[in-house]
Design a binder for this molecule. Structure first.
Ligand SMILES: Cc1cc2nc3c(=O)[nH]c(=O)nc-3n(C[C@H](O)[C@H](O)[C@H](O)COP(=O)(O)O)c2cc1C
Length: 195
């Protein structure tokens, strides 16, 4: 399997919380939403709508609605590491499988972004009512997820989970380490075997 395979890209993508201060071309942002648009959706309801934010003033206001890195309260973008765009996922809750659809769409956005050299962070810790007011979102749509985007200014590493602890952590050089369970601990063939 080549280094350009979907598998390689999925395993190498990490959530990025620090960004270069270089704007993201609009055609790239639109391609991210286009991929989300064409992603699978239960009964093909397509319950999602998208707001792309790249206006400098609005970027600051959207930032104020987000909570970063719950395990590391001080680990969030500084003034000169701010996301350069957001894609806000809005959801019609009448959809048949709305939460699943939103998860899939956010991953499509993240993977196209990664393929374009961008970093991203899918964010569910959002002050949804505040964001609704900032973006004039109608009551008929729920503010579901926000994907923060920008060219990466960090390069997180993955580690093995030790003693069942999945909290990500920072090493002495400020590199973020993200523990991941081993494949053999997560998968079984045919039937679930009790420990
Ligand atoms: C549905 C979802 C919601 C998330 N919400 C947040 C969030 O609000 N803030 C944040 O900093 N990271 C958030 N993350 C990023 C996770 O912390 C991150 O995916 C996890 O630590 C694993 O790291 P990785 O994405 O680099 O593999 C979220 C991820 C997902 C999938």
């Amino acid at each position: 399997m080549g280094e350009n395979s979907v598998y390689e890209k999925i395993i190498n993508r990490r959530s990025i919380r620090k960004y270069l201060q270089k704007s993201v071309p609009r055609d790239v942002l639109l391609r991210c939403v286009d991929a989300a648009r064409l992603s699978p959706s239960g009964v093909n309801f397509q319950p999602l709508r998208y707001v792309i934010v790249d206006d400098k003033q609005l970027l600051k206001r959207v930032f104020g609605t987000l909570s970063w890195a719950v395990y590391l309260p001080d680990y969030y973008p500084s003034e000169d590491e701010m996301p350069q765009a957001y894609i806000v996922l809005l959801l019609d809750k009448n959809g048949r499988t709305p939460i699943h659809d939103a998860g899939i769409a956010s991953m499509s956005i993240s993977m196209v972004a990664y393929d374009e050299g961008l970093g991203s962070c899918i964010m569910a810790s959002v002050d949804r009512e505040k964001l609704r007011r900032i973006l004039d979102v109608p009551e008929s749509l729920a503010v579901e997820l926000v994907v923060a985007l920008g060219y990466p200014a960090e390069n997180p590493a993955i580690d093995a989970v030790k003693d069942g602890d999945t909290k990500y952590w920072l090493d002495d050089d400020g590199v973020l380490h993200v523990p991941k369970w081993d494949l053999k601990d997560m998968v079984q063939w045919n039937k679930y075997k009790k420990d």
